[in-house]
Ligand binder design. Sequence first.
Ligand code: PLP
Length: 387
Amino acid sequence: MSAPDPHHPPDHLETLAIHAGQAPDPATGAVMTPIYQTSTYVQQGVGRHLGYDYARTGNPTRTALESCLAALEAAEHGLAFASGMAAIDTLLKLLDPGDHVLAGNDVYGGTFRLFDKQYRKYGIDFSFVEMTDLAAVQAALRPNTRWLWLETPTNPRLKVADVRALARAAHAHHPAVRVVVDNTFATPYLQQPLTLGGDVVVHSTTKYLGGHSDVVGGAVLTNDGPLYERLKFLQNAAGAIPGPMDCFLVLRGLKTLAVRMDRHAENALAVAQFLSDHPQVGEVIYPGLDSHPQYAVARRQMRSGGGMISFYLNGGAAHDLVTRTRLFALAESLGGVESLIEVPAAMTHGSTQGSPLEVDAGLIRISVGLEHKDDLIADLAQALRQI
Ligand SMILES: Cc1ncc(COP(=O)(O)O)c(C=O)c1O
């Protein structure tokens, strides 16, 4: 096996996930990227080395992960971080007092908490808008808006924002506005925000990219060279880096991203259809169902509806249901091979209580895993019978 020809790089995501940044180890021929478990590197003379001098600054396992993630998001530059929140925090450090961030009114609770509880006190202004309403977004942009910050699909209401239309509007407002897309729920297999006009992609690699609920990590991808240089400075200066073992685990997860995402979506569609037909279930929110309010945008922008579903019960309490499933584990997080269930208002989104982003107490969110879809449906059916 030889390294892919750099003059004719493969452009299919399935191939890039397995090969990008991951040529066999020149020292040993190892096919899998070694876990370079070292904190420092020998120098031939002062400042003369093989490209690595200290492991906060750089590590070859991390370089492989950063190159692979950049390739998957059609980005020139990639940086890996210790967690999704570390990636978001490093981005926020780019802002100056007086800057304004216009964010979606449905985002991960931890993202909102960092905006609201930490960066507001540094004089950064945050406001929240319905990202599915283009006119509302245009009206909410301000002269000092630096970023448009959005998730699509959002966590936890699974709203789908039209990245192309939003990027066009944001750049028309001012060319310096940067459109930051948290692509954690969709992954680059379903959509590549940079190809839709976005400027920066952020990920929690803890979720689908790692894919096996065994690692915490984050990443930032961009084609903006100067922005990348500033982030790279901060990655080293502040040091929120992932260890080499964690980088290896994400790299290993990435290799099966495409096949996993296809099965997540196939299972999720079946589960969403089952829930929609169930008399005890109220609204079911899944971007792959034609009842979804932004179904047309989702079809245009995403390869499938993904693996996440949110829903309400007609009868019975959310807290009862989530303790009665046997396969769906009651747990935070998402995107692993195993199915999970949670109540966002009381769990992942507790920090939004009392804010304009507050999540309805009855909303249930499920991450549909890779078990057999019939078993997943049977599990939900038996849990619904008990409440
Ligand atoms: C959409 C989204 N972004 C960011 C994060 C934060 O990632 P991490 O938990 O890896 O810090 C999460 C975590 O759930 C998330 O769902």
